[in-house]
Each structure stands twice: as structure tokens, then as C-alpha cells.
Design a protein around this ligand. Sequence first.
Ligand SMILES: [Zn+2]
Length: 307
Amino acid sequence: MDREFGVTFNSTPTHDFRALKDFLEVLCSDKAQEALQAARASEDADHSELGLSFLRGDRKRKRPQSPVGSPQPYVPSPPRSSSLFASPEDDPPSMRAESLLEFVREFNRGSVGESKLSTAAAETDTTLAKCKLVIWSRTKTMRDELKAASTNNGARRPLTSPVVLRFMIPDVLTAYLSLIFTQLEDPLVVESVTAFGPRERKLPHEQSDYLAFQGLSQHIAKMILSHPRVPVQILMNVLVSYRGLFVDRCTSCQRVLSAEGHIPPVARIWVPKVVADAKPTASVETRHGTDQGGGRWESRHTTCLYN
Ligand SMILES: [Zn+2]
């Protein structure tokens, strides 16, 4: 006799039999049978397979065999590029630190950046401000030396990293670009860009008091993050595209100020020519010098960026 088995029963077999008989009587009674039938009918009518769902889940987790025995083809996500720039293969070569002074001179002469962009529009539209670029320094002596170096071909003061550029669009904005390099023959890397109101007196590492310029700085920071090695020339083109900041409409919602927050379109998105030509409404707003070979920079509100 298994002693443990015996423990679950009552002390005498006679007692146990009686209990079992009583239970059978109850089970076979009309009331109990009715209840059991109702339960069965209800279970049949319900297709939710109560209590079995965990089993189904388990079965699902096992990857079903592909009928052709090969993996499904990879479907690329929709063309919402993580970079806001044109594809990096189209970039010009990165500017070297040793070429920066020359670039600044050329820029102020109008032979790079803005002038390369539709000159005809710039000439006919006198409301377009003339952009200016200088190498910025905190101390006046350094500033004068740099100014001398960047305005004539005379004695060059060697640049030290980081070098800060001050970009100005009169009555629109001032932006500081911090560029880093290790050696003069190395390409310049854009470290940061901060934008301010034209009359704000702030240092490059500070923040504008205006939401519009805070948003602009944040947008450019995102752009740099999406393309950390963006050539300085490309970023200058982006900055030049802000000349119409307070008059250009957002190419998505067609408003100058955003519905929420009343901020001008501080975001920029590169629209390749093929796509750009398919959107006739966008051409009027972006006629101001944002056209470049292969596409153009379109003005958008940050909230309209992907609309
Ligand atoms: Zn908009």
C-alpha cells in the first residue's frame, strides 16, 4: 500500500466510497447536467478559444517555414532620408584649414556662395541683403590681425583650432560657426553653429534670446548631426538661404509665420531638382538664391519639415 496515497482519503474505505457515491449523485442530478450542458454550449459558441491563446502565441513565435525556402526580400523604408543634405557623394571636397582665409576673401567678393546661386534673381531683387563673412576673435588685436590677413594677401597669421567664423546677413541674422582641425592641411570640421538676432550682442557659445534663432541653431545642429563631415561650403550655402528668413514662406504650409508659436521657417531641407520641378508652388518662395546645381534649399517650419 502506498501510504502517501492513503493520506488524501478519509480514514476508512467505507467512508470514502460513500463520499464518492454522494458526489456521483450530485453530478448526475438534472440540475448539474443542465449546468454542464449550458457550459458546453457556451464554449462551442465562443470562438475565442479561452485558455488556449497562450499556446497559439507560442506557435506564432516559431517562424513559419517560407514556402520557397528563402528569406523575404529587404524592403527599404520610405525615402525619408536621415540626412537633410543632398547625398554626400555630391559634396564638393571638404575645405582645408589652410584655404579658409582665401575662402573668406572670395566669399566677401561675392564669388562663392551666394553669387553662384541664381545671380539674376539677386541682381533684380534689391531687397536681398548682402552677406558678409569674417574670422572672429574675442580680442581686438587678434581681430585686427585676422582682418588684415583676410583682406589682403599679406602676412598670414596661422589659424588655430577652433577657428570661429562670423556670418552676417544685415537686419536678418548673425551666426557663428566654430570650425575645428588638427593640421592646416586637414579638412575643416564644423563643430557648431549658433544664430542670433542682428542686433544681439552675444558670444558664439551663448544662446539667442529669441525663439526663432534658438530654433534655427537647433535645426542646424540637427543637420550637422545628420552629416558630421559636411563641407563648410555647403553649410555656408545653407546659411545664405536665410536671407529671406522673415519674408519667405514655408514651402509646405505657405505661411511665413508658423500657426503655432509664430516662428518663421527656420528649417531647411534639400530638395533635389527632379522632385523640386514637380512642385510648381515651391518655386516662387525659393527664388532667392537657394537654387544650386542639382536642387535647392527649401524653407520650412520645423513642424512642417516632413509634411
Ligand atoms: Zn509651414
